[in-house]
Every structure is written in C-alpha cells, then in structure tokens.
Design a protein around this ligand. Structure first.
Ligand code: UD1
Length: 354
C-alpha cells in the first residue's frame, strides 16, 4: 500500500515523526513537503532532530496570503498525487497545507485520511478552524486524538468515518522527553532550571494588532522570573513593522529552538505562556502549568484538569496568573499513552481502498 503524507509547517513535522517510524517496512510511505515553513530552524532542523526521512517532494511554496499560498500548494500537490497515485493521502492538523492536500486528493478520487480530526475551537476568526472543518468534511477517514474530538465529529454527522486513535504528539513527546532526560538545559538565555518561563506568540489574532501585541508584551515584561520568548518569524516581522521592542522587562528573546531543546526547556520551566495549540498540550504532558493567550482552546482537557488557564484580554493581570500555585497532581491520560502512531498505521492498512 502506498501512503502519501503531506506536511508543510512546524507542528506537522512533529506529528510526522512517529508516523514515519511506524510506517517503516509496512507501507510505501512517500512524503511531500509544501514548503510553507522553510527557515532552517522551522523546517530542516525538525527532520534532522526527529530522524524523519528526507521528503520525496518539496514544492517550495513559501509565504504568502492565504489564497496564493493555498492555491500554489493545490497546483503542486495535484501533480504529485496524479504521478504517485497513492492509496491514501494522509493530512495533518489544521494548516493551509492540510486543506490544500485534502482538496487536491478528493478531486482526484484519492482517499484522504485526516490525522488530528475533530478538534474545534469554535472561533471562526482562526484560519485553522476553517482548515479543520473543511478538511474533516472532505476526508474519507477521520483519525481523532481524543473522545472530545470524536464527539465533535459525531455532532457534525461524521461518526461513521471517525476512529479514535489517540494523539501522535504524545508519542513523540514521551520519546523525546526520555531521550533528553538528564541532558543540561540548552537555552541561549542565561537561566536556571525552574527559574524561568517559556513563551511563544504567533497567532494572527495576537500578532497583527499592534495594541494587543503591546499589551501582551507589557504583561510578560512584569512577570517576576525571566520569560524566554522563542520568537516565531511572524512575531519578529510584525513587531519590526509596528516598531515594537520584544525584549523589555523580564522578556528575553530567543530564536525558535529545535524540538528536543524545546522539550528540555519546557520540562525545566516554571511555566509556559503561549498561543500555540501543541505547546499547551506538551506543557500538560510534562506537568508544567500553562497560561494560554486565547479565548478558547481545542485541548479542553488541559483546562478541565487545572493545568491550563486561558487569558482572553486581561493582559495586565498576566504576572499574577502566570505565577499562580501549581495545580493538584493528576495521572489522567486524555491523550493516550504514546502508541497512537501504531493505531494510525493499523487503521490505514486495515481499510483497503474501495
Ligand atoms: C502556520 C499555521 C498554524 C501553525 C503554525 C505553526 C496556517 C494558516 N497556519 O502559521 O496553524 O500553528 O504554522 O508555526 O497554515 N515565516 C518565515 N519562515 C518560515 C515560516 C514562516 O519567515 O519558515 C514567516 C513568513 O513571514 C510568513 C509568516 O511567518 O508570512 C507566517 O507563516 P505561515 O506559514 O503563513 O503561517 P504561520 O503563522 O507560521
């Protein structure tokens, strides 16, 4: 059986790692990279650090407005799918690369499986929310990470196409956590274990409005311990454009780091402050308190279990929220035990094409 994985952005490389490993020797697994993320530390570093095979195709699409970016991917992916005729196209998460691959494949009558199906923020301002909903409704097989995701799919009439496989990011997180255990803290900033916070900000809703971005940074600047801000290129570009200085008060700016360094940095942090989906969950899995700069989250279990607090816009209150006491310990495992990639491959192999 031939399976074509399509990826393009940083979180998709992380999800691809355990899948590529589980596919080895069991399927003819091809990888197409759209080129949505292209900086070395946003792309190639992940393939090298996580031992992911070199992509078979790279469209080199790069940055652009949603229409131009997604359109260029659609054009390139159509050719790749026509040439390779896979039994499945496997798409990951919620980026423009996900949507482009799903649309290209279904129009060619090639079956599409969506990994991380059924997540919903119910926030229609997020491009990712449209990408998720449209991909789920186009796909033939919906591989859901959680029971909550399964419930969303059922509500939308998609129960028959849905399978609960668990969360593949948990697979890679646990493996990497064990690999980096005992290695020294590898951050460029001069900080001590337990004596700093890790922060990331990249969502358009937080970066594109200069007043909101300034308010977030003002709040972070007043946190009592250093806040190591791993600056996504989107954040740097928009801060430059609006004349906003990222490094002020407690904020120490760093380039994005590779996945093992990130896991190591979060594991030793006093807390995480982020608007990333994946990082909220990684913090929970490492039992590090998280403060999420968004009105809602797709990973509601992290909030329900007390490890994640959402901050919609009361940014002056950030220091008190970030420095809150640790929540009660829990051994809940809503994201599975680290074997989701196996379940994904089994499901794909057992469902032969029509
Ligand atoms: C994308 C995904 C988002 C995911 C995020 C992870 C969409 C709509 N959004 O957002 O779901 O959480 O990736 O990072 O698909 N840039 C670079 N170098 C790079 C990549 C991006 O400089 O390697 C800059 C460019 O200026 C670009 C901007 O970042 O315009 C945004 O990149 P883009 O891929 O459009 O979306 P992200 O914000 O990264």
């Amino acid at each position: 059986m031939r399976i074509l994985s399509v990826v393009g952005a940083r979180p998709q490389f992380v999800k691809l790692a355990p899948i590529a490993r589980a596919m080895a020797g069991r399927a003819d697994h091809l990888i197409a990279h759209t080129g949505q993320h292209y900086d070395h530390n946003m792309s190639d570093a992940f393939f090298a650090d996580l031992g992911i095979p070199h992509p078979d195709f790279n469209l080199g699409v790069g940055s652009g407005k949603h229409g131009a970016q997604t359109g260029a991917m659609l054009t390139g992916l159509e050719e790749i799918i026509e040439d390779t005729r896979p039994d499945w196209v496997l798409v990951y998460g919620d980026t423009n690369s996900t949507l482009a691959a799903a649309v290209a494949a279904v129009k060619l009558h090639v079956r599409v499986a969506h990994l991380e199906a059924g997540l919903r923020s119910f926030n229609r301002r997020m491009p990712e929310e449209h990408n998720r909903v449209l991909t789920d409704h186009a796909a033939d097989l919906l591989l859901a990470p959680t029971q909550v995701a399964m419930d969303h799919l059922a509500t939308e009439g998609l129960a028959e196409r849905s399978v609960l496989v668990g969360d593949v990011m948990t697979d890679v997180l646990f493996k990497t956590r064990d690999e980096v255990a005992g290695t020294p803290l590898a951050l460029a900033a001069a900080v001590e274990p337990g004596g700093y916070y890790v922060a990331t900000i990249h969502r358009p809703d937080n970066t594109d409005d200069p007043d909101r971005l300034r308010a977030i940074l003002d709040g972070l600047a007043k946190v009592a311990k250093p806040v190591v801000l791993l600056a996504h290129p989107r954040l740097r570009a928009l801060a430059d454009k609006h004349g906003i200085e990222l490094a002020a008060g407690s904020v120490v700016v760093s380039d994005p780091v590779g996945y093992p360094q990130l896991v190591n940095a979060v594991a030793h942090a006093a807390g995480v402050i982020t608007d990333s989906g994946g990082l909220q969950k990684e913090a929970f899995l490492l039992r590090v308190p998280c403060t999420t700069l968004r009105p809602e989250t797709e990973w509601v279990e992290t909030v329900d279990l007390g490890w994640n607090v959402l901050v919609t816009d009361d940014f002056p209150a950030l220091p008190g929220i970030v420095e809150r006491p640790r929540p009660a310990a829990t051994d809940a495992a809503p994201y599975g035990t680290g074997t989701a990639a196996e379940a994904v491959v089994e499901t794909l192999l057992s469902r032969l094409p029509r």
